[in-house]
Design a protein around this ligand. Sequence first.
Ligand code: NAD
Length: 285
Amino acid sequence: MTIRLVGIVGAGTMGHGIAQVLVRNGYSVVLHDTTQELVGRGAERISRGLARDVEKGRLTAEEKQQAESRLKTTVEISDLASVDIAIEAVTEEFEVKAEVFRSLEAVCRPEALFASNTSSISITRLAGVTKRPAQFAGLHFFNPVPVMKLVEIVPGLDTAEETVAAAEQIATSAGKTPIRVRDFPGFISNRLLMPMINEAVYALMEGVASAEGVDGVMKLGMNHPMGPLELADLIGLDVCLDIMKVLYEGFHDSKYRPCPLLEKMVEAGRLGRKSGKGFYNYAKA
Ligand code: NAD
């Protein structure tokens, strides 16, 4: 199947980023969210992102205009009726995603492909909500989408090879490198990253080092560009906790138990950068 028209559900951090790289690379995109304000904000972020590309000489003003002309926004899911593929990038909760796929199933053509940008939820389980598990795959982009090269491609148990090939083709033509991984909790990225972050929180809780100390060791000793606690603040501590829970419940193995300090911080509303406070303070003076 040749993919030209892409529907994206969710115009947040990831949805707008995915839309940006796709329109920049010749795809037409219908970007959907629940309110005009949210889709408007997504479109603005795309426009700013493309303007940065023009400033840096990576895109001409005319190419920016053409890319923008390929983007449509909508608050009506029925406007995704004729897409070749629908990519879901809504909140990381199974029920929220399941409801999106039920709505898509009702409006999209039977031959359309479905994909989820989930960080950790089972692709097989999400595909099971639809009548097209063979046409369903995980397409896991990374944040910030215009910068990060990787896309994890995750076939579910019943995903057809043609669907995987189409997903890989989209990633490649958007300038990304696809890596195929099997459908296990956290895939590869979060199965390795989140336990490291969780262990860093344990080390902090046990007083092995300060937050600066933990991060400093990983930056100076391991050449990581960011320490695990800074990175957790960037990702969002609620997101980190949700993913640890998916690993813990998915493997039934105590080695993935979320650190009590991580749970406590989320309970206190200390979610990292987005709430102004996490392991570090981001409040504007
Ligand atoms: P976000 O909160 O920035 O955006 C989610 C958007 O989905 C919001 O604009 C919200 O209004 C919208 N939404 C919620 N329910 C909806 C519905 N029923 N219909 C239409 N829109 C709806 O979240 P995000 O960070 O962009 O994450 C989206 C997905 O991408 C999650 O599954 C997350 O795990 C995954 N992901 C996130 C990152 C990251 O670093 N933020 C990285 C990779 C993958």
